[in-house]
Ligand binder design. Structure first.
Ligand SMILES: [Ca+2]
Ligand SMILES: [Ca+2]
Length: 140
């Protein structure tokens, strides 16, 4: 993900990549918008594939993590506060994160890695995303 924040403005290539991720990894029910439903689906898939049953610590923890991620995503991304993140709002959120990153870098005048400045909720989702697709890729 560090490669996202190279320049002050996102390139078309980067925007297309973000849109691809939006449709492939985030909008699980493929209706073109991100809603809590999509995160519920992702969470259920992860718990099912991992064999975490309702009531187990892992199940409870995963639920808390996803609630948290969704809340932050709404805060940062849902510009018109309708409870849904459109692909347009998604790209604009990344543009803002990108600008914030560069503004912070200018202020501090230090070379920090992009990973440290990516919001922690996003980092956690990325971790889950990769673990989910790792598992999905394996057939028994
Ligand atoms: Ca959706
Ligand atoms: Ca919205």
């Amino acid at each position: 993900m560090g490669a996202v924040f190279i320049k002050e403005e996102l390139s078309d290539f980067q925007k297309n990549k973000l849109l691809h991720e939006f449709h492939t990894f985030f909008d699980l029910n493929k209706d073109g918008v991100l809603e809590w439903k999509d995160f519920e689906m992702a969470r259920e898939q992860i718990c099912k594939k991992s064999g975490w049953k309702i009531g187990t610590d892992e199940h409870t923890r995963t639920k808390a993590v996803f609630c948290d991620i969704w809340r932050h995503l709404q805060d940062d991304g849902d510009l018109n506060l309708d409870g849904r993140i459109t692909s347009d709002e998604w790209v604009r959120m990344w543009e803002k994160l990108n600008r914030d990153y560069h503004a912070m870098k200018r202020e501090k005048k230090t070379e920090e890695s992009a990973e440290e400045t990516i919001p922690s909720w996003l980092e956690r989702y990325i971790q889950y995303k990769f673990s989910l697709f790792d598992r999905a890729g394996k057939t028994i």
